[in-house]
Design a protein around this ligand. Structure first.
Ligand SMILES: [Zn+2]
Length: 126
């Protein structure tokens, strides 16, 4: 989600008609915090995607080069110990809550799956 200035302006106009000046300011600050949360989740999600892409050496839906079946990366299978970059598929995202100085942010954590044994690859510490 990204900041929708027109929608926020329309909401602000409706609120302004109903509330006093101080209440409007409170509402504005609340909305700013909400939007900052959304933007932070978006930025963190993009950074996580970039990190996984870097570790796998390929983007979403990009084919696996044969050298990647032997080239070891930073990902390791929790079950069979496989480390070759080509041994991991992307497996969607899982929502995770991160605690930040501005409060909690729900982010989409990219997940990986081992081609060999279907277990989840461990990469979060990498
Ligand atoms: Zn495995």
């Amino acid at each position: 989600m990204s900041v929708d200035a027109a929608s926020i302006a329309a909401q602000a106009k409706r609120v302004k008609d109903r509330l006093g000046r101080r209440e409007v300011l409170g509402w504005v600050m609340h909305r700013v915090e909400e939007e900052v949360g959304w933007v932070m989740a978006e930025v963190i999600g993009a950074l996580l995607e970039a990190r996984v892409e870097e570790m796998l050496g390929r983007g979403w839906r990009e084919g696996i080069a044969s050298r990647e079946l032997v080239e070891e990366g930073e990902v390791e299978c929790r079950r069979c110990g496989a480390r070759a970059r080509g041994m991991f598929w992307r497996n969607g995202h899982r929502g995770r809550t991160l605690v930040t100085p501005r409060g909690e942010v729900r982010v989409p954590m990219p997940m990986l799956k081992c081609r060999c044994c279907a277990a989840a690859g461990r990469w979060e510490h990498g």
